[in-house]
Design a protein around this ligand. Structure first.
Ligand SMILES: CC(C)(COP(=O)(O)O)[C@@H](O)C(=O)NCCC(=O)O
Ligand SMILES: [Mn+2]
Length: 921
């Protein structure tokens, strides 16, 4: 029950299978190497949350969606147009919006850097857009340009560092109100920056003196609410619950968000009932908050910082300080009223009954008692206020929480205990940035307020895993600075100083928590850093309209919350790294510079893996697709634009050379045999996958055409998942009844070379022959050896030289812009052909998340009734379980032993041909 038969596997891959099988345990030594990368000392190095690419680098910046710069500023096209494209001069990260929340202890910065998609100018793309009827007419009049939201913080007493940072990034010249749209250049005078928090008043003069800017003050409550509303509506994995050490993301329906209680725990605590955008009331608060913990804690323990105090609590035992129910009841529970012996009856209560001085108590125990007392109290008061107004959901924010597991668990426990499970405490990943975000939202006309979830893509911050999200010294301005920083970071050879929440506390049922168990004894020095990535704003992303149930859609098939699974895939990626670096360096000419970048890339990627291994949910919910995407992003971060470029070219050429013979062969077959041969061809050619270790080993043993031939010859039905007969019936009918052909097919193509040329193109040709319009959907940016939308037209044009059907269709679809005048047989084509088109999918990963696809693809999907997903990444790792409104065919060869076992109870090189008629639900 396989694709290629056993003997083929024996010839080519017997060793590989063995190797692969050994891996399925998920154990591997190379994981241990991960721990060695990092450096506490690196904190002192220059770092920033998002190490931006150098100014002036024009294409393929970090991020898998196209985030492209333009160099000249002007309003493009007609000034009367509703949605004009605004191009800025020498566009780089230095033209930004900036907003500040200047609190008593921390300054939070949110800034936005913009990008524009240079492909808007592409001639072919314009033709496709016309054909698909895409216009700008329905868009907002103040367009949101693609860009990124960055989150940065500084300690308030180091305000000069903050000012240096703003200055070095020239953020103070980028305020929306200071932009001169006509010239496209930022005005240098009278710049105004939105700011909230007490410091907006206190530091007005300092900002004017140092940066020449005025601070435009925004109300703190307004900002908190606006920030929270934006996050809850626009960020998919923003809210989470935290119970007994378990973090679980909560999907918030933006249409069912209100009312809720927002509890902001800063120095003091505000409780705000939020009923809508700008509709809120501060219903309560408490003066016992973060300032109380820090103030009392400092007096009682002599700690020098909030984080030090928090770190102390990690090793504390509050039973020496707190009076427990058991202390009063002789070790017994007071079960009649539901109190266990370990419940705190009175915080600090034990200290009254003993003849001890402050010095006789451990600072660790004092800190823990204080933390429990304050967190529990806030949780309880919050619940009582939620009860007062009948609110079920309580969101907690503010810098007191700091992603600290024990604090969140204590608050959650209090809410759950008092509400008897009726109310739920939820936390926000951007907890500390609510105010700054709200101030940012208050800029008029930036158009960000109505951004939707699918238009925001969270990216892994490059700097944060190493710097802990803190800024030290000037920002990393260019690639060189980034690489030097990486080298320095590695030389130190210390542990990664990423913010990692503390270990899971144990509980003792009703009565509350036991002492938190500590992981390694210390809280990471960056506990206050936030686990947030850079938010990439891509306004032209949309939800794929043919998803049967977008709300239930989950792209990832492999669940990495299973630790064994996580470890296995981390190992696979790590082991693939040396080969990938070789390819990447070679793709850039193997120069010393490329080697240096390759080394830095490997360090950065390993560090990210280590970071995620420690806390998989650090950047939101983690699936296998995210990991594979991260690798591509890291490559781009170090300016490896297309690591497999020459391999792709070589394979394309080799495959195009044998295409005419294949087409001739196919044309001599009956319809039924041809359809089967075509599907076999797609499955066989999917063996060209430079992301699979087993396949890469295989390529050392034969030429591409040899491997393709063998793979095709050895195809044997039934495949492990084999719905071919059902697909055939839909295509060809049965009992002499000819079914209506599909109107339009979307073919999500995968790899270059044989995969596209000998697999998917012949299948596309068959559909065209039957009168079905075909849209080839390819990556926007390179990923492994996947074909991109930019590369496809040339390949189609080349193939069209050997085939009238492809040529006519490509001309009709605008793929061959300079149409050939003569057809192959010398006659002029008279009737217009069914079109063959190419659209980019909006991503640069081997997988695809259909919640965020390009607007072109969304438009193309409008009339489509057949979706063909090809390859392991798009059809198995993601979308294997996706249901569609149109007929769906999922085709892939499984080139990984473990996945074959888990997903289809098969083995490596088995094939999947899954056909699912349109979902009616
Ligand atoms: C990266 C891939 C998803 C690409 O597969 P494709 O979509 O090209 O069929 C796949 O090669 C993969 O899962 N590789 C990692 C597993 C391995 O090396 O076995
Ligand atoms: Mn691929």
């Amino acid at each position: 029950m396989a694709g290629p038969t056993e003997d083929y596997q024996d010839i080519l891959v017997s060793n590989d299978i063995k190797h692969q099988e050994e891996d399925t345990t998920g154990k591997n030594k190379s994981l241990e190497k991960l721990a060695g990368v990092g450096g506490e000392e690196s904190q002192s190095a220059a770092a920033e949350r998002d190490m931006a690419p150098p100014a002036g680098s024009s294409i393929h910046r970090s991020g898998s969606r196209p985030q492209l710069d333009l160099s000249k500023a002007e309003i493009q096209g007609n000034f009367e147009e509703r949605d004009p494209t605004i191009l800025l001069p020498n566009q780089s990260d230095d033209i930004s919006h900036l907003a500040l929340d200047i609190g008593g202890s921390l300054i939070k910065l949110v800034y936005f850097s913009r990008h524009e998609d240079q492909w808007n100018d592409d001639k072919r793309k314009k033709t496709v857009k016309q054909r698909l009827g895409i216009s700008n007419g329905n868009r907002r009049s103040y367009p949101v340009l693609g860009g990124r939201l960055h989150f940065v913080k500084f300690e308030t007493h180091k305000i000069n560092e903050c000012l240096d940072f703003i200055y070095s990034k020239q953020l103070h010249h980028g305020g929306m109100d200071s932009l001169n749209w006509g010239s496209g250049s930022p005005s240098r005078d009278n710049a105004v920056i939105k700011a909230t928090g007490g410091g907006a008043y206190k530091f007005t003069d300092l900002f004017r003196e140092r940066l020449g800017v005025s601070l435009d003050k925004e109300d703190e409550m307004d900002c908190l609410v606006a920030g929270a509303n934006f996050l809850l509506k626009a960020i998919r994995h923003e809210a989470f619950t935290h119970m007994e050490g378990q973090k679980e993301f909560v999907q918030i329906d933006p249409n069912d968000l209100f009312p809720y209680l927002l509890v902001n725990i800063g120095s003091g605590v505000s409780m705000i009932k939020v009923d809508g955008d700008g509709k809120f009331e501060r219903v309560s608060g408490t003066n016992v908050g973060g300032g109380t913990y820090w103030g009392l804690g400092r007096l009682l323990t002599k700690c020098k910082s909030f984080d030090e105090l928090l770190e102390l609590s990690q090793r504390g035992d509050n039973r020496t300080i707190d009076m427990l129910v058991g202390d009063i009841y002789g070790g017994m529970d007071y079960s009649k009223i539901g109190l266990s012996a370990s419940t705190i009856a009175s915080s600090f209560g034990k200290t009254i009954s003993e003849n001890k001085e402050l010095k006789d108590y451990r600072p660790e125990d004092i800190s823990l008692s204080l933390l429990r007392m304050i967190s529990y109290n806030i949780g309880q008061i919050s619940y009582l206020n939620a009860l007062r107004f009948g609110l079920k959901r309580i969101f907690f924010g503010g810098f007191f929480i700091r992603g600290h597991a024990y604090t969140m668990d204590t608050i959650s426990f209090a809410v759950q205990f008092w509400s008897k499970g009726e109310a739920q405490a939820m936390f926000l990943r951007h907890e500390g940035f609510l105010g700054a975000l709200g101030a940012f939202m208050s800029y008029e006309k930036h158009g960000l307020d109505d951004l939707m979830v699918h238009q925001l893509v969270e990216r892994f911050p490059m700097g944060a895993p190493y710097s802990g999200g803190k800024i030290h010294g000037p920002p990393l301005a260019d690639l060189n600075a980034k690489i030097s920083w990486m080298e320095k970071f590695v030389r130190k050879g210390n542990e990664i100083t990423a913010p990692v929440p503390m270990a899971k506390p144990g509980t003792t049922g009703l009565g509350g928590f036991e002492v938190p168990s500590s992981k390694g004894g210390i809280l990471r020095s960056d506990a206050s850093a936030l686990n947030v990535g850079v938010l990439h704003l891509v306004p032209n992303l949309e939800v794929f309209p043919l998803l049967a149930d977008p709300k239930m859609y989950e792209p990832n098939t492999v669940d990495l919350s299973d630790h064994g699974e996580l470890e296995y895939w981390f190992t696979v990626l790590l082991e693939h790294l040396p080969d990938l670096v070789d390819k990447a360096v070679a793709s850039e000419g193997g120069t010393d510079d490329a080697k240096r970048r390759g080394d830095a890339f490997a360090r950065a990627f390993s560090a990210h893996l280590a970071r995620l291994m420690e806390e998989p949910a650090a950047y939101g919910k983690l699936g296998l697709a995210n990991l594979l995407e991260l690798r591509e992003e890291c490559l781009r971060e170090f300016q490896f634009v297309d690591a497999y470029r020459s391999i792709k070219q070589r394979e394309n050429e080799a495959s195009l050379a044998v295409l005419p013979d294949l087409l001739m062969e196919l044309d001599n077959m009956s319809e039924e045999t041809r359809l089967l041969t075509l599907i076999e061809g797609v499955l066989a050619a999917n063996i060209f996958d430079w992301g699979s270790r087993a396949c890469v080993d295989l390529y050392h043993k034969g030429t591409i055409i040899e491997i393709y031939r063998m793979s095709r010859n050895k195809m044997q039905r039934p495949w492990r998942v084999d719905d071919f007969d059902a697909f055939k019936e839909r295509m060809l009918g049965s009992g002499g009844k000819k079914p209506r052909p599909h109107k339009r097919a979307l073919l999500f193509v995968d790899n270059s070379g044989a995969d596209i040329v000998l697999g998917m193109l012949p299948l596309a040709r068959e559909l065209l022959r039957r009168g079905t319009e075909v849209v080839l959907v390819a990556n926007s940016l390179p990923a492994l050896n996947d074909i991109t939308a930019m590369e496809l037209p040339d390949i189609v044009a080349e193939a069209a030289k050997h085939c009238n059907i492809l040529r006519g269709a490509a001309e009709a679809g605008g793929l061959i812009v300079d149409a050939m005048t003569n057809s192959l047989d010398g006659s002029k084509e008279s009737s217009p052909s069914v079109p063959l088109m190419v659209v980019e999918n909006g991503c640069g990963s081997p997988c695809i998340d259909l919640r965020q696809v390009s607007s072109e693809l969304a438009a193309a999907a409008k009339d489509a009734d057949l979706i063909i997903l090809e390859g392991m990444g798009r059809a198995l790792h993601t979308n294997f379980n996706a249901r569609f409104k149109g007929d769906a065919l999922k085709l892939a060869m499984v080139k990984n032993q473990r996945l074959a076992e888990k997903l289809i109870k098969g083995k490596i090189y088995d094939c999947v041909c899954r056909y699912e008629p349109a979902s009616t639900s």
